[in-house]
Design a protein around this ligand. Structure first.
Ligand SMILES: [Zn+2]
Length: 340
């Protein structure tokens, strides 16, 4: 039996209050409780990419476009508010002032309590979150998850650094390696060595950020006197903390979060099977069509520019695909320019 904290969801909308956009609960909206840590990857992947939003809150949060108000609203309407008020970072007034300043806005609320609560609404409907703070939290989360997916393959980095002493040692080591790199290596070798320690530093920073967010959760044990057993679970006061915890638990359970292989999607998801490389049937179909088109366009290009060597045409073609150029007319035109 699990004994995790629960979160709640409802229906939300965007409301402009004194020049600041907030996500607020729709009046009279129903409240539904759920366990944000409990999820399973369905045996069949979704038909369309947006189906991934329904699978789990951490998957949804890694996929939405933080610049799109509609996608943020869609997220909260599926999983609820992030609970930012009750986090060490976003419940901190200094953090909020900085976020507001970056948007040339002044924080006209005496405390974060008043920012995150609308006293004009009745008890259960008071909770609200400013859109710009949600967007900031989403960007930070996505950066961390992207980096984790990058470093997931590297065993040593996942093990992390256990003590404060090890942290200091690590920092010294990075500085020492940076000096050695600059003095010992030149040219390509220097570049290679730099990339190596940059990867270490990046992963260190990533896991430091993850751990900072995990400070908002803790395990909880209680005795079940009736059944003479011990029950344990996780305690958290916000959805965002539960989401970061889920990311950490997935790492431990070796659930891999990967990018969808379809280049125009490229969004994160957790595959149901190791050989699944696409987040939805639609993405797989799109890639198949795209590959067929590419073969057709390359054939056409070779015919059209037959005065040029085939390998040069292929080279130009591949580099254009890499750049993300698509469409028959665009590709054929761009190849012509490259060959000139
Ligand atoms: Zn996809």
């Amino acid at each position: 039996m699990t004994n995790n904290s629960i979160w709640w969801k409802s229906e939300f909308e965007i409301e402009d209050i004194n020049g600041i956009e907030f996500i607020v609960q729709i009046k009279g909206g129903e409240r539904i409780d759920y366990d944000p840590l409990n999820y399973a990857i369905p045996n069949k992947r979704p038909d369309i990419p947006s189906g991934q939003i329904e699978i789990a809150p951490h998957i949804a949060l890694s996929r939405i476009d933080p610049d799109s108000k509609e996608e943020i609203l869609r997220f909260v309407n599926v999983w609820g508010l992030l609970g930012l008020r009750d986090t060490a970072i976003y419940g901190n007034k200094e953090t909020i002032i900085n976020i507001f300043n970056n948007h040339n806005l002044e924080l006209n609320y005496p405390s974060t309590e008043e920012l995150y609560n609308n006293n004009k609404r009745r008890g259960g409907e008071r909770k609200r979150e400013p859109l710009i703070v949600i967007q900031e939290a989403v960007r930070t989360f996505q950066e961390i998850v992207q980096n984790i997916s990058l470093y997931h393959e590297d065993e040593g980095l996942i093990k992390g650094i256990r003590s404060y002493k090890q942290q200091i040692e690590f920092k010294k080591d990075v500085i020492r390696r940076e000096d050695v790199t600059n003095q010992t290596y030149k040219g390509a070798k220097q570049k290679e060595a730099r990339e190596l320690f940059n990867k270490d530093t990046q992963s260190f920073i990533t896991f430091e950020s993850l751990n900072r967010m995990l400070s908002d959760v803790h395990p909880h044990v209680f005795a079940d006197t009736k059944n003479h057993s011990i029950s344990k679970g996780w305690r958290f006061k916000s959805l965002i903390a539960a989401i970061y915890l889920r990311v950490a638990l997935d790492l431990e359970e070796d659930k891999k979060i990967i990018h969808c292989k379809w280049r125009k999607c490229n969004k994160l998801f957790i595959p149901n099977r190791p050989d699944n490389q696409h987040c939805s049937d639609a993405c797989k179909d799109n890639e198949k069509t795209d590959r067929a088109n590419q073969r057709k366009w390359l054939k056409e290009a070779i015919e059209q520019y037959n005065t040029h060597p085939t390998n040069k045409i292929e080279e130009a073609f591949n580099s254009l695909i890499q750049e993300g150029v698509s469409g028959r007319v665009k590709i054929l035109g761009a190849i012509g320019k490259k060959l000139r």
